[in-house]
Design a binder for this molecule. Structure first.
Ligand SMILES: C[C@H](O)[C@H](O)[C@H]1CNC2=NC(N)=NC(=O)C2=N1
Length: 110
């Protein structure tokens, strides 16, 4: 896992999609977006405070990764879409951020 490096991301290969993306999609709750190569998931929290705590943690991670979610928040709901703008599709950074986001949502919901 090339944490903290600044390698330019590349699109996931078909094989990487099978091994890395499939677990997020199958049962992981993420879905392929309509009309673009991206993944999306909706997170629902108890209230705005938990939603915003989640967003704050994800924002700090996004800055460290230099990889940022496209997202929207309404009260206790956060809709997240991930893709890699520079490659116009999904890269390992989306997989890494998605896993962090799932982990963070579990913590924030405690
Ligand atoms: C200049 C800066 O490194 C780039 O614009 C980064 C910032 N965050 C990014 N986030 C995402 N999701 N995709 C990108 O291509 C991207 N590029």
């Amino acid at each position: 896992m090339s944490h903290g490096t600044h390698n330019r991301p590349t699109k996931l290969t078909d094989e990487e999609r099978q091994t890395q993306l499939a677990p997020l999609l199958g049962g992981g709750g993420w879905q392929l977006a309509e009309g673009k190569d991206a993944i999306t998931k909706q997170f629902v929290f108890k209230d705005f405070g938990q939603a915003f705590m989640f967003m704050t943690r994800v924002a700090l991670k996004a800055e460290r990764l230099d990889h940022h979610p496209d997202w929207a928040n309404v009260y206790n709901r956060v809709d997240v879409t991930l893709n890699t703008h520079s490659v116009g599709g999904l890269s390992r950074l989306d997989v890494e951020l998605a896993k962090f986001i799932d982990q963070t949502a579990r913590i924030a919901a405690d």
